[in-house]
Design a protein. Structure first.
Length: 573
């Protein structure tokens, strides 16, 4: 490592930089500290949620690792918005927007202070892609470490997660559960620090970041309060110094092939539909060619091997117990389903990192062998059609067999679901209808004007989808939205419909009673109306007035791209 090539020398070296050194000495740094590489510790700690609550302590361990390896750490903080807390309210609109604010703020601090490297600590799900997008923009030696999963709660002899709470709210509203029982569950569902426990969005994105290689293989999956997490944080601090010495940067790690590895891991574990949105955003940030159709192609050729909530039996801490994400990736690599050549933050290629990973043999089948998969088809499909010309996303893991979803170019013998539309202009209206028992078996619930620009912020619909499950309608209705879904959502729930209603997408033309057809084998989402009729309706359509006229929400609505492009605000070539 040539000291004169470090970014921080421009800020700190020589008589003309005495003012900068004086200010840093005021907060405790010494001349010796300021002669070493300066490593920013980008922390998403916040006191409002369990997902990030422990990251202040974890940051201290990262700083120890940086110092051990000869660097000087400087910690700074950014924001986080809790999906689980804000769900079902106007506050949820801030969640996806926070991803880009996280990226923007980390980028600004690191550029403004000419850091030589960055270690980013993430927790709640938007902080994972947000931190990684910042590292891509900066393209200085960097590591992203996930704070880890929460332990499962224990209720009446079984493991529970926040998913169970939301579904039991639905059961309570349907008269199928008492308020006392709901309160009892509420009190035990989240037993401490860590992000939501199933293969919801946080653990999905953590999985993807190990598969991409920007997180150290095997370290993300260590649960939040496991004693081993402290040493994982120290390792992350030491690794960023190794990357600095080898001059390995995020652009060397995050490539088309490493993103394909992430998609493979996403679909093999039945992960969140949000993974599609965030990986598209990461690809666009890195100017890497990736389309929404790539997810369908890779999913179709990937076996589903991890039996995880929200549709399966186990939680993320169970995966760690049997070998962690390295076990998943090793099985995919052995089956020639994973690229071995991409570089990782360990300073070696993915194949080399996997070779050194120690995993156990999973006797409980949390992670199935490739020869005995849960399904021969991965957990996601992408649909298009006259309601979603630019595509939409459906999680099929745990709900459809490979035969039911195998792609065909011909006409399906029978559509997967066909029913009359019940159209709602926002999430609250749909939730009220479910709560008042106005939704019937066979209905197609349509929630529009909840897209990236129309929301703004593309809210997750967990309150509605969980209410449907709790009311006993989870497998009896379908739902489509230009908004998003929580990773805890399951059932025939199609999200990210693009173009969105606010930007003149055909979902805006739907009326109550229109027959909507979901045809998974043909990858179609259609309304049984002619192109002429849809065009006639859209000729009368007028966009709604913006809900927010000033501030961050208004700026986001103005700048944000389509969900089919990752819903990014970064300017594109």
């Amino acid at each position: 490592m040539n000291p004169t090539s470090l970014n921080s020398r421009t800020l700190l070296a020589g008589p003309n930089r005495a003012g900068a050194r004086a200010m840093l000495k005021a907060v405790g740094f010494t001349d010796e500290d300021l002669q070493k590489p300066i490593i920013g510790i980008a922390n998403t700690w916040i006191e409002v949620m369990p997902c990030n609550f422990h990251l202040d302590k974890l940051a201290e361990r990262v700083k120890e690792g940086v110092r051990e390896a000869g660097g000087t750490p400087i910690e700074f903080n950014t924001i986080s918005v809790s999906d689980g807390i804000s769900m079902g309210t106007e506050g949820m609109k801030a969640s996806l927007i926070s991803r880009d604010v996280v990226a923007d703020s980390i980028e600004l601090v690191a550029r403004g202070h000419l850091f030589d490297g960055v270690v980013a600590l993430s927790g709640c799900d938007k902080t994972i892609p947000g931190t990684v997008m910042a590292l891509q923009r900066l393209n200085i030696p960097s590591v992203m470490l996930y704070g880890g999963t929460i332990a499962p709660g224990r209720w009446r002899g079984k493991d529970v997660t926040i998913q169970d709470v939301y579904e039991c709210i639905g059961a309570f509203n349907a008269g199928r559960m008492s308020e006392a029982d709901l309160k009892e569950l509420e009190n035990v569902a989240c037993p401490g620090a860590g992000a939501c426990g199933g293969q919801f969005t946080a653990n999905t994105m953590s999985t993807c970041m190990e598969a991409i290689g920007i997180s150290p293989l095997g370290l993300n999956g260590i649960p939040a309060l496991d004693p081993a997490k402290d040493e994982a944080a120290r390792q992350a601090g030491r690794l960023v110094m190794l990357l600095l010495k080898k001059n390995i940067r995020p652009a060397d790690i995050i490539t088309r092939r490493s993103i394909e590895n992430a998609i493979r891991a996403l679909t093999a574990t039945g992960g969140s539909t949000n993974g599609v949105l965030h990986l598209l955003a990461i690809a666009r940030t890195g100017r890497i060619k990736l389309s929404i159709e790539d997810f369908d192609r890779i999913s179709a050729a990937t076996p589903l091997i991890a039996d995880l909530k929200p549709w399966g039996r186990y939680v993320a801490s169970d995966v760690y117990r049997v070998g962690g994400i390295p076990l998943v990736l090793k099985r995919l690599y052995a089956a020639k389903l994973l690229h071995g050549d991409p570089m990782t933050v360990r300073g070696v290629t993915m194949s080399e990192a996997l070779k050194g990973a120690q995993v156990k043999e999973d006797e409980t089948k949390v992670v199935h062998p490739i020869s005995d998969p849960i399904s021969t088809h991965g957990g996601l499909v992408i649909l298009k059609g006259n309601l979603a010309p630019d595509g939409c996303v459906l999680k099929v893991a745990g709900h459809f067999s490979a035969e039911q979803i195998r792609r065909t170019n011909g006409k399906s013998a029978k559509p997967t679901f066909r029913g009359p539309a019940r159209v709602f202009e926002c999430e609250e209206d749909a939730f009220r209808a479910v709560k008042r028992r106005k939704i019937r078996a066979g209905d197609v619930v349509v929630i529009r004007n909840e897209g990236p620009a129309g929301g703004p912020g593309m809210r997750e619909m967990l309150q509605v989808t969980a209410a449907l499950v709790g009311a006993g309608l989870g497998d009896k209705v379908a739902l489509m939205t230009d908004g998003r879904f929580s990773g805890a959502t399951h059932g025939l729930m199609v999200g990210h419909v693009a173009p969105e209603a606010a930007r003149g997408g055909p979902i805006a033309a739907l009326k109550n009673g229109d027959v909507v057809v979901f045809d998974i084998p043909r990858r179609r989402l259609d309304v049984e109306r002619s192109a002429k009729e849809i065009k006639k309706r859209m000729a009368k359509w007028k966009p709604r007035k913006p809900i927010y006229k000033t501030g961050v929400m208004a700026k986001y609505a103005w700048l944000v791209s389509s969900a089919s492009e990752g819903a990014v605000t970064d300017l594109q070539d």
